[in-house]
Every structure is written in structure tokens, then in C-alpha cells.
Design a protein. Structure first.
Length: 115
């Protein structure tokens, strides 16, 4: 099981497109949830932050082993998600993987996730 939190920088001037992107994901949540099954993504959460005049998106995820990568998915929702990604995420900024120190998941929850 992989537990990750990664920070990505938003391109300058793309905040309104990020608004649209997040709205799109929330409005199409049923389709989003279907794609998570194939990715073996148990939990995926996107956080947003303004820091020192820059905007960042953080992806928090709990994922099983051997899932399909979102870039390899043929599902329309993933293709649209990746279009937004290309429009909004700054390629020159190296993503920051925050260090996982402690993972606290009760055994019965973890068993259900992996089962």
C-alpha cells in the first residue's frame, strides 16, 4: 500500500481553470469513482494552497499495488482530467513528495481496502 502526499505548482494565471477543474471533478464524482477502482486508489484527495504568491495543488492518496496509471486509462473522465493537468500544472516545477512518517489506518479498514 502506498500513502503519498505530493505538491504541484499551478501555472501563473491558471487559477480560474483550476476552479473549473475542481468543479468538473466534483460534478462528475460518480465517473471519477469508477476510474479509481482500476487504479486501486482507495483514497484520493486534492488540497489547494496559496503560498508566497504561488498556487499549489496537493494530491494525497492511499493506493494499492498494481493499479492502472491514470495516464494509461482510456476512460473519458481521466482524459479530461489529464487535459486540465496539462493546462494547469507547471512543468518546470519539480513536484515535491512529502515524507511519510506515520500511517495510521485501523486494521479492519486496511483489510477492507486491500480485500
Amino acid at each position: 500500500m502506498n500513502v503519498e502526499l505530493t505538491r504541484f505548482q499551478v501555472k501563473e494565471g491558471k487559477s480560474s481553470v483550476v476552479d473549473e477543474w475542481m468543479h468538473f471533478l466534483n460534478e462528475h464524482m460518480e465517473d471519477v469513482l469508477v476510474t479509481l477502482e482500476g487504479e486501486k486508489m482507495y483514497v484520493e484527495t486534492i488540497f489547494r494552497e496559496q503560498l508566497d504568491g504561488k498556487e499549489y495543488l496537493y494530491w494525497y492518496s492511499v493506493q494499492g499495488e498494481g493499479g492502472v496509471e491514470v495516464e494509461e486509462s482510456g476512460h473519458w473522465i481521466d482524459r479530461k482530467h489529464m487535459e486540465y493537468w496539462e493546462q494547469c500544472i507547471e512543468k518546470s516545477f519539480r513536484p515535491v513528495d512529502l515524507q511519510t512518517e506515520v500511517v495510521m489506518i485501523p486494521h479492519k479498514v486496511k483489510d477492507r481496502m486491500e480485500g
